[in-house]
Design a binder for this molecule. Structure first.
Ligand code: TXA
Ligand code: MG
Length: 342
């Protein structure tokens, strides 16, 4: 299959026509990658089981890992969710459209392929004009995982999608790099307190301000098959570049870890915050990550950095871990999953 690269023009009519073309592909059961504010998604008609199965094939994603359904309105949401609790309305008022995904009771119209046979469906309303226009034009809810091969870092630019999926999907709408760079927060509000199943772009503190207490689900570290977790994606090695990922507690610890890895003969790539003081260029391959503490900047550059260091052929990627607050929690989560043993 040839993947059509649809580079969005600025001119409004031409832009509209291109989005309409992509929407027609989705209505016909095709696969279209598109930008959201978090990462690129790989979309298909969520109500078409055959189309949804093609997503799993293209990504080489196991059938037990369910997909998020993307909608643009409450009316569309009612086509995929059977009931909506009051807590949802409060969250929606504050965060939708936006990078929050909430589990709801699944409507019968949603194929088993989407939810991996689970009773809940994950729903989100993206805040990105292209994503919004595409779903509106398609007129159907759109199931979309991140548009990467299963287990790879998520794509934050059209190039990343092509690296992983060229020739395996019908089209990609290139709307430039994504703004946030880490995926949506996945929240379960059926429990008390509500539980964050995947830390993401909406920080825990902001969700707590709306629903009160929120806990962050900690998956068991070993021995449990992903199928039996409350969210299958939380327990697995993920977001992983080819190189081994080595984490240190803070930027001040990078220096010593780098010396040690080099003494062991490794070719090291460093996710280096400004001022990490890696002096000579041949000491390590450096990705200038951004200023420590500017978590939004670091989040937006995280996956691009992992992909770039991989492309430069390093065998170890060394990276300091942000603290567990704000967006730092989501960055930590991605890095810790990327660092899991294969
Ligand atoms: O920002 C995002 O969320 C992006 C953009 C494209 O919207 N999407 C994304 O999808 O990250 P994906 O498939 O890469 O990650 C979705 C996560 C997986 O860990 C999956 O296991 C979990 O959400 N999930 C989806 N449906 C679920 C369900 N019904 N119950 C529990 N977990 C679910
Ligand atoms: Mg993903």
């Amino acid at each position: 299959m040839r993947t059509r690269v649809l580079t969005l023009p600025d001119e409004p009519d031409a832009r509209h026509a291109m989005i309409a073309e992509a929407a027609a592909l989705i209505r016909d059961g095709g696969l279209v990658a598109f930008p959201t504010e978090t990462v690129y998604g790989l979309g298909a008609n969520a109500l078409d089981a055959a189309a949804v199965r093609r997503i799993f094939g293209a990504k080489q994603r196991p059938a037990w890992d369910p997909l998020i359904v993307h909608v643009t309105s409450r009316a569309m949401l009612d086509r995929v969710a059977r009931s909506v609790p009051p807590a949802f309305d409060a969250l929606a008022a504050r965060f939708m459209p936006g990078p929050l995904t909430v589990l709801l009771e699944r409507h019968d119209a949603v194929p088993d392929e989407v939810t991996a046979g689970r009773p809940s469906v994950a729903v989100r309303m993206p805040r990105h004009d292209v994503a919004h226009a595409l779903i509106e034009a398609a007129g159907v809810p759109v199931a979309a995982p991140s548009a990467n091969r299963f287990g790879h870092p998520s794509p934050t630019a059209a190039d990343h999608v092509l690296q992983d999926l060229d020739g395996r999907i019908d089209a990609i709408l290139d709307g430039g790099p994504t703004r946030v760079g880490v995926e949506s927060t996945v929240l379960d509000i059926s429990t008390t307190p509500a539980r964050i199943l995947r830390p993401g772009a909406v920080p825990r503190e902001e969700i707590a301000a709306v629903v009160g207490d929120v806990e962050v689900y900690q998956p068991p570290t070993s021995g449990v098959p992903p199928q039996s977790l409350p969210s299958p994606g939380v327990g697995i090695r993920h977001y992983a570049p080819r190189a081994r990922v080595v984490l240190v507690d803070d930027p001040a610890s990078v220096r010593a870890a780098l010396d040690e890895l080099r003494a062991e003969g490794h070719r090291v790539g460093v996710m280096a915050p400004d001022g990490a003081r890696i002096t000579t260029p041949d000491e390590a391959t450096v990705f200038e990550w951004g200023r420590w503490g500017e978590w939004d900047v670091l989040a937006s550059r995280l996956f691009a950095g992992l992909r770039q260091l991989d492309a430069e052929g390093v065998d170890v990627i060394l990276c300091p871990l942000p603290p567990e607050r704000g967006l730092g929690l989501a960055i930590r989560d991605r890095l810790q999953k990327a660092a899991r043993a294969r």
